[in-house]
Write a protein that binds this ligand. Sequence first.
Ligand SMILES: [Cu+2]
Length: 223
Amino acid sequence: MRAILFCSLLLAASAAQAADLAVTVMDRNGKPLADAVVLVDSGVQGLRPAPVLEATIAQEKLRFVPTVTVVGLGAKINFSNLDSWDHHIILGLMGAGGVYVDPGLNTQMRLAGRIGSKPPASDSKVLSQPGAYLLGCHIHGSMRGHIYVADTPWAKLGGEDGKALLQGLPEGPARVRIWHPDQLVDGTPTAVQVAATGTAVTITTQIVPARRKRPAGDPYFGG
Ligand SMILES: [Cu+2]
């Protein structure tokens, strides 16, 4: 009986130790870096949050919306063309320099333009390899999007303010990795100590975000 009580106390204690980690990501110039993917690894025993296993990316006004999507391993990505013209989605793992690792392995989908108020053309793809994926369109060369398939349950997309809140981390040592569409190389992970009461960390990267260019022929840009 005493052993059972002790065990349930331990369980209660470990549940209470799940803590938050607030990460702020800065660019090379010390300004908040938008659209950073924040990944946290922890070797400490404890509950893991459920990974995101489904996401939808729309093609709208010559863009992929959202521009960056973070999911877990094995996630199903739904594509939906909301424009009245066709899009040809090219999807593949992205290597250094922002190019496809092996164009021969890319997935290609053509989604017809939407007619009136009819349901948009849709397709989907399950991503079973971790890492960064690049999205492009044969028809519109300016269209760029990214998917990051995380190999850790703690993965979040940072906002325009560079901030991401990772929840449900075990108290103790952890490692923070940052990925960004405009990075040139993988940065060094940052070691942090997650306190039971929550922890905040600011990470300054060497990343210089690319300026958003007006896509050719995009009448909506900046409008
Ligand atoms: Cu297109």
